[in-house]
Ligand binder design. Structure first.
Ligand SMILES: [Zn+2]
Length: 491
């Protein structure tokens, strides 16, 4: 959908053109000629030809055809259409329709017709006016047929996954293909409509959440039933893969009209699936700092650049989530990897520990449950606190689950093992092993993903080594060997 400012600007241009056209028609062939252009609408054995001007038609005769009472209120400056128990209000120069008090927003603004009606596109007529009255359109050779009932969309598979945290639950609905979503909520229920789609639920993975009672396919899309006291806090969409993320919480929210999210643009497939390297932290987020001021964000970028050079030299396509000292939201980092359909996602970090003697590298992969041990949980807490996600709330709120991970997880475990194995053998470091923890930066990755803590900044000796170009190069070579071993073994 386009933005409102553009719509109103182009509206002014269109209005000017309309006036010129009308003037020309009136001067030339006379007023009757303006009626010759028209579009036919058929409904229940009856037909009307409604005036057309450019890409717009007069919607008033069409609304009358389906039996709606249509009238203009000069005092309010608005039009009203009533049919059954539905009342619509709309007005020229306004890009929304009120349907029984619910605000529907559109990227276009209807205009007054010179004949006294309302000019709008067929799309606006169907989505904003006929749709709320319970009809949809079927195109014919010479116009449209108006059919009762909602448009039947293409089947669309939806996979639901939920993660419960202290005060909130993140519900992730992964869509098989992009579709414009709109969300409305009433007491105890959320309705998720997906444009031109007939959603089907993938029931192969059971949904477990204390804040979601059930998800069913209903007349308007998906009906999400909530337990008493739970409401929708916020929602947003992500791409690569297309997802609708709903934040649920234990408070009764004030119902407000939620604007529809824009459809995600089609994703261009890269010819070669790149390795995506994520230098942890950046910008204001320094990450861990050693006692003498060595910053994690600088170490991770230096090692990432070397790793990218090595992999490129070996013929791999490589992308970094940041190439300079910039901040990046944790969720944007995997989103980039997903968008590029990366073969592998590796996030680089450097550790800090209260035990100054702790040294060595450790590799993590995503855990859907709890961390493999308390230390792993603590590392995840620190890295997750880097936060900076796509919306407010605690870092844990940002965890975006994707149960497709179940299959990806096994491969992530192998990737982590391959990397850790090479780090141990090439760097002669104490084996700290492969661990699992719920890292925000790894969640939502749709490819094998691992997070490497390349060493301890809290250990003075290791901190210095991490700034040594020769050691950084050896680290990068070990990481490259691990990634390549994984890719060779048929990732
Ligand atoms: Zn870090």
């Amino acid at each position: 959908m386009g933005s409102t400012p553009t719509a109103s600007t182009s509206f002014l241009v269109r209005r000017f053109v309309t006036l010129l056209v009308m003037g020309a028609i009136l001067l030339g062939a006379g007023a009757a000629a303006a009626q010759t252009a028209g579009v036919q609408f058929r409904y229940s054995g009856r037909m009307v030809t409604t005036p057309q001007l450019g890409s717009r038609i007069d919607v008033v005769p069409v609304l009358r055809l389906v039996g709606a009472e249509v009238g203009y209120s000069p005092a309010a400056g608005t039009w009203a259409a009533e049919l059954g128990d539905t009342t619509l209000q709309f007005a020229p120069d306004h890009h929304f329709v009120l349907a029984n008090g619910e605000l529907l927003e559109f990227p276009e603004t209807p205009a007054s017709s010179p004949q006294g009606g309302v000019l709008a596109t067929v799309g606006f007529l169907e989505k904003g006016l006929l749709g709320p009255l319970g009809f949809h359109l079927e195109p014919l050779d010479d116009g449209y047929r108006i059919v009762a009932g909602p448009r039947v969309g293409r089947p669309l598979l939806v996979r639901a996954a939920a993660a419960d945290f202290g005060a909130t639950t993140t519900l992730v609905l992964t869509l098989e293909r992009p579709a414009t979503a709109s969300v409305t909520q009433s007491a105890g229920r959320i309705d998720l409509a997906l444009e031109d789609a007939a959603p089907r639920l993938d029931r192969s993975i059971p949904l477990r959440s204390r804040r979601v009672r059930s998800i069913e396919v209903g007349a308007r899309g998906l009906e999400i039933t909530l337990p008493p006291g739970v409401g929708l806090l916020s929602w947003h969409t992500l791409e690569g893969p297309p997802r609708v993320i709903l934040e649920l919480g234990e408070r009764l929210p004030t119902p407000t009209p939620v604007p529809a999210a824009a459809a995600q643009p089609p994703i261009r497939k890269p010819s070669v699936r790149p390795v995506v390297i994520d230098p942890g932290h950046g910008g204001d987020d320094t990450g861990a700092i050693s006692r003498d001021g060595i910053r994690e964000k600088d170490v991770t970028l230096a090692v990432a650049r070397r790793l990218a050079r090595i992999l490129s030299a070996h013929g791999h396509a490589v992308r970094l989530t940041r190439t300079g000292d910039e901040s990046r939201a944790l969720t944007d980092r995997t989103a980039l990897a997903n968008r590029l359909e990366a073969s592998v996602f590796v996030s680089l970090h450097a550790n800090a520990s209260r035990a100054a003697s702790a040294r060595g590298a450790e590799t993590y992969y995503m855990s859907l449950d709890d961390a493999s041990d308390d230390t792993a949980a603590a590392v995840a807490r620190v890295e997750n606190a880097a936060g900076g996600g796509t919306h407010g709330g605690s870092a844990l709120d940002l965890i975006l689950w994707d149960m497709a991970q179940a299959e990806v997880l096994n491969r992530s475990a192998r990737l982590a093992l391959d990397i850790q194995h090479r780090l141990n053998s090439l760097l002669d470091l104490p084996d700290r092993g492969v661990k699992q923890a719920p890292f925000v930066v790894l969640t939502g990755a749709t490819m094998p993903a691992a997070l490497v803590e390349v060493g301890f900044l809290s250990n003075p000796g290791e901190a210095h080594r991490l700034t040594d170009p020769a050691y950084q190069q050896r680290l990068a070579e070990a990481l490259a060997a691990g990634i390549e071993e994984f890719l060779r073994s048929g990732s």
